[in-house]
Design a protein around this ligand. Structure first.
Ligand code: PEP
Ligand code: MN
Length: 239
């Protein structure tokens, strides 16, 4: 069971170092941190963009962590190619077909998130674009889908995780952070994801969650991340 953890967005060197030290202590080898952020409003923080690449490059070298980060365009892919170890395709770009075709040509893993309201068939079609290009390293990610009820940010589709495990040979991971949108629901959702057969988790955390520039309500504290690791490891052992 693989855990990918880190802040929604890279904000500063201090923030990244604090998180990287915690990940190292917890034996988590993959850091997530967005530098190109897909925000609903154009006036919200858009990520550190290219300036963030240097921060991620330095943190990767200092801590030996693999970097998982989002690209929204072919231009991002080209600029971030050396720094990112796994390219995240966010929900909003699941059907950005030109991006998917470009990712089919690379020889690094792609973490493909299910679209906000994408069917399983659409998700698998998107994955096929990457695979058809010759890149076999595709990881599917269930991150919750839209419903009528905003009480949870999205609805975590655990049935989809079980179904995807049957339909494909690809690893399937779960993002309990975007799926629930609420800090107090992230750990229970993560436990359920592991119980249903997810191969891993991608989770948001922050040294001072309330100060997260984006997605503050769902960011775990570093202590809570440790709790998540402990509890999900126990579930993984039991299944
Ligand atoms: C993210 O991982 O920060 C993100 C924007 O995720 P999603 O595309 O699932 O909303
Ligand atoms: Mn986020």
């Amino acid at each position: 069971m693989v855990v990918i953890a880190g802040p929604c967005a890279a904000e500063s060197e201090t923030q990244l170092r604090t998180v990287a030290e915690c990940l190292t202590r917890l034996d988590i080898r993959l850091l997530r941190a967005g530098v190109y952020k897909p925000r609903t409003s154009p006036y919200s923080f858009q990520g550190l963009q290219d300036e963030g690449l240097q921060l991620l490059h330095d943190i990767k070298r200092a801590y030996g962590l693999g970097i998982v980060s989002e690209v929204m365009s072919v231009a991002h892919l080209e600029r971030a190619y050396e720094v990112f170890d796994c390219f995240q395709v966010g929900s909003r770009n699941m059907q950005n077909f030109e991006l998917l075709k470009a990712l089919g040509q690379v020889r690094k893993p792609v973490l493909l998130k299910r679209g906000l309201a994408a069917t399983i068939e659409e998700l698998l079609g998107a994955a096929e674009y990457i695979l058809a290009g010759g890149n076999q390293q595709v990881i599917l990610c269930e991150r919750g889908i839209r419903s009528f009820d905003p009480a949870t940010r999205n609805v975590l589709d655990l049935g989809a995780v079980a179904l995807l495990k049957r339909l494909t040979h690809l690893p399937v991971i779960v993002d309990p952070s975007h799926a629930t949108g609420r800090r107090e629901l992230v750990i229970p959702a993560a436990r359920a994801a592991v119980a249903v057969g997810a191969d891993g988790l991608i989770v948001e955390c922050h040294p001072v969650p309330q100060q997260s520039v984006s997605d503050a309500a769902q960011a775990l504290s570093l202590d809570e991340l440790e709790q998540l690791v402990r509890e999900t490891a126990r579930v993984a052992q039991a299944v």
